[in-house]
Design a binder for this molecule. Structure first.
Ligand SMILES: [Zn+2]
Length: 292
């Protein structure tokens, strides 16, 4: 844990719970892809590069989840590095209270206001192509979040953030967080078309062939969509569907899971409505979803 591992001559990453990409950009300088969970992780990552006489120049965030932007503020204060994030992810990195507000759908309850959900805000600027150092390209991979973005170095090393759920997550939780089901599936297609030699997801070891895990993600999404459609059957309220889903997947409800899985369930219901597989009815002033 917390060691620098190599992917190519100039591409490395910090082995830690939410991996930080480290790319050499010339003149003894590096850019980070994401910044880890918090300032303690960022401090360890910075030490690793400083031991090698490298200087942090830039951070490129893949998306605005707290475990990817948690070290931004510390690193920018310590090194004066610039921070870039794609589109709305930059706004959410500057205004981090928006994350639990998005998940919960209103002013978040107290359990959702800790550092697990709200990172320290940092002055992320909107990512523009001309800000990327030579040889680094951004690739749009939305779905896990509205504008999740991956970074490809020299056409062969892909830092892909949370665009693919690791097998361990799929096996442990059965249902996993995502924002837009349709975009997530399209991003899996995009990943399959990249033809890179190495893919680094934030929460698993580097992958040299992604076909198996991409297919596993597709299969799980299809099963989850089918299960939710089946649960809706003749018409249930959101909380009834959520309780059924929690029971089926063996998840104990907590405020955090209510927000994460609840938000994911809402996204699936919208996806299934778009596909004409479920529809809404109003009964006794209650919105219910039923199988079409
Ligand atoms: Zn994430």
């Amino acid at each position: 844990m917390y060691e620098l591992k190599s992917l190519s001559e100039r591409c490395r990453y910090v082995e830690c719970p939410s991996r930080i990409g480290v790319i050499e950009i010339g003149n003894g300088e590096v850019c980070f892809i994401d910044s880890g969970n918090d300032r303690s992780t960022a401090k360890k990552a910075l030490k690793l590069i400083e031991e090698r006489k490298l200087k942090l120049k830039l951070i490129f965030n893949t998306h605005s989840h707290a475990d990817h932007i948690g070290g931004n503020k510390f690193l920018s204060e310590r090194t004066c590095c610039e921070i870039y994030a794609p589109g709305v992810e930059a706004a959410m990195t500057r205004y981090t209270y928006l994350e639990p507000a998005l998940l919960y759908g209103g002013y978040p309850m107290p359990a959702l206001r800790g550092k697990f959900m709200i990172a320290e805000p940092s002055q992320a600027m909107t990512l523009e192509h001309e800000k990327l150092p030579p040889g680094i390209k951004s690739i749009s991979l939305p779905g896990h979040t509205p504008e999740m973005t991956g970074y490809i170095v020299d056409g062969s090393i892909a830092y892909i953030g949370d665009a693919i759920a690791p097998a361990s997550t799929l096996e442990k939780y059965g249902i996993f967080y995502l924002y837009d089901v349709s975009d997530y599936l399209k991003s899996l297609d995009t990943l399959m078309s990249l033809g890179c030699s190495v893919y680094l997801p934030s929460h698993s070891a580097p992958l040299y062939d992604i076909e198996e895990i991409v297919n596993y993600n597709r299969q799980k999404i299809s099963e989850i969509a089918e299960k939710i459609t089946e649960i809706c059957d003749t018409g249930l309220s959101f909380d009834e569907i959520l309780a059924e889903a929690f029971n089926y997947y063996g998840i104990t409800i907590t405020p955090e899971q209510y927000a994460l899985i609840g938000s994911t369930l809402r996204s699936y219901l919208s996806y299934l409505m778009d596909q004409g597989r479920v529809s809404t009815v109003i009964e006794n002033n209650m919105l219910k979803w039923k199988k079409s």
